[in-house]
Write a protein that binds this ligand. Structure first.
Ligand SMILES: Cc1cc2nc3c(=O)[nH]c(=O)nc-3n(C[C@H](O)[C@H](O)[C@H](O)COP(=O)(O)OP(=O)(O)OC[C@H]3O[C@@H](n4cnc5c(N)ncnc54)[C@H](O)[C@@H]3O)c2cc1C
Length: 386
């Protein structure tokens, strides 16, 4: 039985302050600077950094529980912080397996740096396996990156951007280069974030015009295409598990709100609370049955990553599967919650209407439904014959 106490890292009063600010940042389309400042003060940016390096020394399993909890208060804050946690999680995957190269991420997170995740590019459905961003080698072993990254969460506040680009000029080219660039004049953050949901993530477009990664911040050079390199496994595993956690937290909040409203709303027909109505009871039960499947799946896979379990080629369908099930279940649960809560949930001021908009973002993150199905089909049937 786990003795992990999430309130030690995310206390109730902090969570309530974050919850109160969430509708304001959604309405004003602003980044939750105060959430970030308070989370940083609470040591949250370094939860995945080993204690001997100054962090909280938590595993991915505990971070996943914390991200579920944070998302019940503010899904967009949780999703934005997720991007920073992904890089610190990849650094943990590396250090747990004795792989060098990401210690600066752990030290930076402890020192208060905010790491953004600059992977997505318009039209790049190969995601980690390709890039349209040019990675130009320079004399000292560093790189200059030129291209456009889309949906860069934490846009107003990040201090280092972890990204990838394609080196087409080195003697051993082509190589995909994973590195971290500084925030300077070669990086322009757009002002183009006005979306249906997850508004407080401020995931704006990032234009790179020779953005610099010095040699110490070039993490990996790998062949393009599917690749068993630890950088691919590290990003894929931590990203899918933490993303599943955020949307599982959204589902939990929707369920809690539905229960509250069912107990409060009264039927004129029967005079009883809706919580006594068999149809509403069935709907809440349906949500509960769906939700209850998620936290144990996330916990089991996160533990396997923490313990370096070997699922071989099955890792990819297990990881994209847990993300896919979390986002489809969360959407279903929020849909049901809207129906339980009735017409009041259709008002913009109602938290459920925000959750309804936020939960839609889940399907766009990798692995999207097409990619998760293609991975699962290959795992069970083998590749398509040409
Ligand atoms: C709330 C939220 C936060 C996110 N945060 C991050 C993050 O921090 N880091 C990160 O790396 N990703 C992030 N993502 C990105 C996400 O994971 C997907 O990559 C993104 O949603 C793109 O999805 P898509 O492949 O369906 O879009 P696409 O179909 O690729 O379209 C996305 C955009 O690119 C344009 N586009 C499409 N094709 C081309 C083309 N050939 N040339 C030029 N432009 C084109 C489209 O018009 C559109 O504006 C976030 C997504 C969301 C919804």
């Amino acid at each position: 039985m786990s003795t992990f106490d999430p309130t030690a890292y995310l206390p109730d009063d902090l969570l309530e302050r974050i919850r109160e600010r969430a509708p304001i940042h959604d309405r004003d389309n602003t980044f939750p600077e105060q959430d970030l400042a308070e989370l940083r003060d609470a040591g949250y940016l370094a939860i995945l950094v080993p204690s001997e390096r100054g962090g909280a020394g938590l595993g991915l399993a505990e971070a996943a529980i914390l991200q579920q909890r944070l998302a019940t208060a503010a899904p967009a804050t949780a999703l934005a912080i997720n991007m920073h946690l992904v890089w610190t999680g990849v650094a943990k995957v590396f250090s747990d397996r004795g792989i060098h190269g990401l210690q600066f991420v752990q030290e930076g997170a402890v020192a208060g740096e905010v790491f953004a995740f600059g992977i997505s590019e318009g039209g790049n459905d190969l995601v980690l396996f390709a890039s349209d961003t040019d990675a130009r080698p320079v004399a000292d072993g560093g790189y200059l990156f030129t291209g456009t990254k889309i949906f860069t969460s934490l846009a107003p506040v990040w201090t280092k951007l972890g990204l990838h680009g394609l080196d087409t000029t080195s003697p051993d080219a082509p190589k995909l280069v994973f590195a971290f660039v500084e925030r300077d004049d070669a990086v322009v953050t757009g002002d183009d974030w006005d979306t249906l949901g997850m508004r407080a993530t401020q995931s704006r477009t990032t234009r790179l015009d020779g953005a610099t990664a010095d040699a110490a911040h070039v993490v990996r050079r790998i062949d393009p295409g599917p690749n068993p390199d630890p950088i691919v496994f590290g990003i894929f595993s931590v990203f899918e598990i933490l993303l599943a956690s955020v949307y599982t937290g959204v589902a939990r909040r929707a369920l809690d709100l539905a229960v509250l409203t069912a107990k409060k709303r009264k039927s004129k027909k029967t005079g009883a609370a809706y919580s006594q109505d068999p149809d509403i009871r069935w709907r809440i039960a349906d949500m509960g049955l769906a939700y209850d499947a998620l936290p144990p799946q996330i916990a089991a896979l996160a533990r396997d990553v923490d313990e370096s379990a070997d699922h071989g080629a099955r890792w990819f369908t297990l990881l994209s599967g847990v993300k896919h099930r979390a986002i489809t279940t969360a959407k279903h649960v929020v849909d049901q919650a809207m129906l339980v809560a009735g017409g009041g949930s259709y008002f913009s001021s109602n938290e459920l209407s925000r959750l309804y908009r936020d939960v839609l973002a889940g399907a766009f993150h990798p692995s999207d439904p097409e990619s998760a199905h293609a991975t699962a089909a290959s795992a069970w049937l083998g590749p398509i014959e040409s």
